[in-house]
Unconditional design. Structure first.
Length: 331
């Protein structure tokens, strides 16, 4: 680990100003950045600690929106009565992330910015395998190697990594908005558009739409249609494991039929993957497993699995069905 400067910010505006210098980066809970520095993925010259910036913390309702500060921990969100009642998919996604110890430190904003769990990318430096995210132009070892957990959508031959965040999937499903602050001012961005697939990014090293020195300050979750929502995570073990596939669903019902549906998959691409075709097909259908499977199966025909991860298509179908069923049981 290289030497680096350290400072802290008490206001978001101060943090953005301090991060304007070359080689500066933010630290929130630190559960990701410290790993990046240890592995040689990041070598910042200066680290700006967001911890004292109290304006970036908290959960409150503003009209028909739930406002969540970016520094709010996953543990605080999962335990929030307001979140559990108004947006249960988000509370469940936070509960299913990592371990209790990590959830007590990890911030919501930081969790959205975590990097892929691809083993070739996460290798100790100096890396023994080609990885275009670590060494541009070197190739992608996962393409012909171990890619069972990696992308079935949006990948290119340069990179087949996935975005592993659990809350990101729920936020994309619930049409949340990110509030972002930077040297050029403030802007908002739909959560479903924040992350980039490899096809969208062109450069494998770029994974989201943040510009240099920008900071996620808060997330706004619309309450309309969020109460009847659910999150399902499929993993090899219940404790401290990343998803093979996850799914978030939100429903509006008209009696026993679906008026509107939103469905997002996780760990299938370098961004949460909304199933727009399935959402259209689900409208007007009964909340019955056969109808749900038929609508989702048509949408999943667009998947492009690699040689050894075709099983993720079926898991994605079943996870989405279970998420829709669970959302339908919400009062």
């Amino acid at each position: 680990m290289n030497n680096f400067g350290y400072t802290h910010a008490t206001r978001p505006e101060d943090a953005v100003r301090l991060a304007g210098s070359p080689g500066a980066t933010f630290i929130a809970g630190g559960t990701e950045l410290l790993n990046w520095m240890r592995l040689g993925i990041e070598q910042p010259r200066n680290v700006v600690d967001l911890g004292p910036a109290l304006a970036l913390r908290g959960i409150r309702r503003e009209g028909e929106m739930l406002l969540i500060g970016a520094l709010t921990t996953l543990a605080e969100i999962e335990a929030s009565k307001e979140v559990r009642e108004a947006a249960p998919a988000l509370a469940e996604a936070c509960l299913r992330a990592a371990s209790p110890q990590i959830r007590n430190r990890a911030s919501l904003g930081g969790n959205l910015l975590q990097k892929t769990r691809c083993a070739y990318f996460r290798a100790e430096a100096p890396i023994a395998w080609p990885c275009n995210k670590r060494a541009p132009g070197s190739g992608c070892a996962a393409l012909e190697g171990h890619h069972e957990r990696l992308a079935i959508y949006g990948w290119t031959r340069d990179c087949v990594a996935t975005q592993p965040s659990d809350p990101a999937v729920a936020l994309a499903c619930l049409d949340a908005q990110l509030e972002i602050m930077g040297g050029k001012g403030r802007r908002t961005l739909p959560a479903r558009e924040f992350h980039l697939t490899q096809e969208e990014a062109k450069d494998p090293r770029r994974e989201n739409r943040l510009e240099a020195g920008e900071l996620i300050t808060a997330l706004r979750v619309p309450l309309a249609g969020a109460r009847r929502s659910a999150y399902v995570k499929v993993r090899e073990r219940e404790s401290y494991e990343y998803a093979i596939v996850s799914a978030a669903a939100a429903l509006e019902l008209d009696g026993d039929r679906i008026r509107a549906a939103r469905v997002a998959l996780g760990s299938v691409a370098q961004r949460p993957w909304r199933l727009a075709a399935a959402e259209r097909a689900l409208a007007g259908q009964p909340l019955e497993r056969a109808a749900l499977q038929a609508a989702l199966a048509g949408a999943l025909k667009d998947a492009r699995p690699l040689a050894h991860n075709g099983f993720k298509v079926e898991i994605a179908l079943n996870a989405a069905v279970h998420a829709l069923e669970a959302a339908g049981r919400m009062s």
